[in-house]
Design a protein around this ligand. Sequence first.
Ligand code: SAH
Ligand code: F3S
Length: 493
Amino acid sequence: MLIGRVGFQEIMEKIIDENKQGESLVLEQKDTNKRKLFIESYGCAMNFSDSEIVASILSEQGFNTTQKLEEADLVLVNTCSIRDKAEQTVRKRLEKYNAVKRDHNPKMKVGVLGCMAERLKTKFLEEEKIIDLVVGPDAYKDLPNLIAEVEEGRDAINVILSKDETYGDISPVRLNTNGVTAFVSITRGCDNMCTFCVVPFTRGRERSRDPQSIIEEINDLRSKGFKEVTLLGQNVDSYLWYGGGLKKDFEKANVMQKATSVNFSKLLELCAKAQPKMRIRFSTSNPQDFTIDVIETMAKYQNICNHIHLPVQSGSNRILKEMNRLHTREEYMQLIYNIKKIIPNCAISQDMIVGFPTETEEDFQDTVSLMEYVKYDFGYMFTYSERPGTLAERKMDDDVPEADKKRRLAEIVELQQVHSGFRTRENLNSVVEVLIEKESKKSEKHWSGRTPQSLVTVFPKGNYKIGDFVNVKVIDCTSATLIGEAIGYSENN
Ligand code: SAH
Ligand code: F3S
């Protein structure tokens, strides 16, 4: 369930939409490539980014991407395990591939990537007969070998998790891109072990990517005309480069490695300085790792967008503890206070889970009151979904009745809508900077783009074009969209 203004999932849905319509631009197809790859992604931005790495690896193996299932030699689906519903969606897609293979394309091979591949391993091959290939998130470089095995008629699997794989040496093929915004992954895995979350099991231990390769990717994107990057990680604030290796092994690093290490605020600064006219975003932040120097760096560089996605999951100290979120409600409120003090117009968005085991009405009211305190710009809200193998599944009963979960969800979704409306209206009569991304869905005479706070803004096209930075005077709004008039190029242009 999601609500509010444009966030990653909405961007993703847009990409999926465009994928279906076949309108989008696919860069870097090679004339010499004769095989056809249909690749689609579900779940978080990291999956979409990983699929671009996979497309790049397979481009070297003679594959160009196609948007038509019927003509694909190889179909890959990058899967999500975060909630049961996400897994069911993938299972439905597998049924669709089955039908296409049976009716139109008997030679097509099907592979599953990502979190379900890692979670289910050989079980996935047994449960879904259509699958020929199972590849976990750290094993994509093995795809050429695995595909060769499949072509020889054997099922193939590699779900080994890695200590140092970051794909930093691979230049992603940008899939379904608008040519303006791109994802750049900076960390992989997560060491946090929130008790509800399957990610540490499917994506392994946390490791960071060499800052040099991150900067090179950003420079390359800029040279290709991109104007905005989003630095991606399960937990970006925990970024730490000290020459490679797992985050948890940092203590064992030598003095020199420690002295020259790069943390997240330093990385942000390096990115902001490398391309001062490129917008820099990042996601996702975890409150327990978020430090003041990140806020200060954001304040110092105008090209770092004033938006922080800062999931909290619950406003109740007791539930936060059960979730193994290593901060209190009060510490989170202090962090919000500090952010707003240093960057008053910083947008803040949330993820919330309702109906975590043992959550009472009183706990839930703590979530409601925290939302009232922050008045988030937007957010993604979910009912708790028990995930196999997590600590919550092993130690706790999923004991909040479904009806209560649904009611609580509806209540906070409605509250978020009120807060989003409030935040959106704060922009009335001001001038905002908009990076044009596409034509407005509702009118071909209007452009649509986003402010640094990630607020969608539409305005008459004039002579502007996609990729321009434009100052827009806001004259009206809906609860989630600003409506305005362009008054000139911004200084970023
Ligand atoms: N750090 C990650 C968070 C991953 S999951 C990131 O980069 O986005 C995204 C959100 O899904 C979480 O913040 C949480 O709100 C939700 N989520 C995770 N596990 C869940 C579960 N078992 N049930 C319901 N929602 C869940
Ligand atoms: Fe999951 Fe918590 Fe990491 S939500 S991705 S274990 S920060």
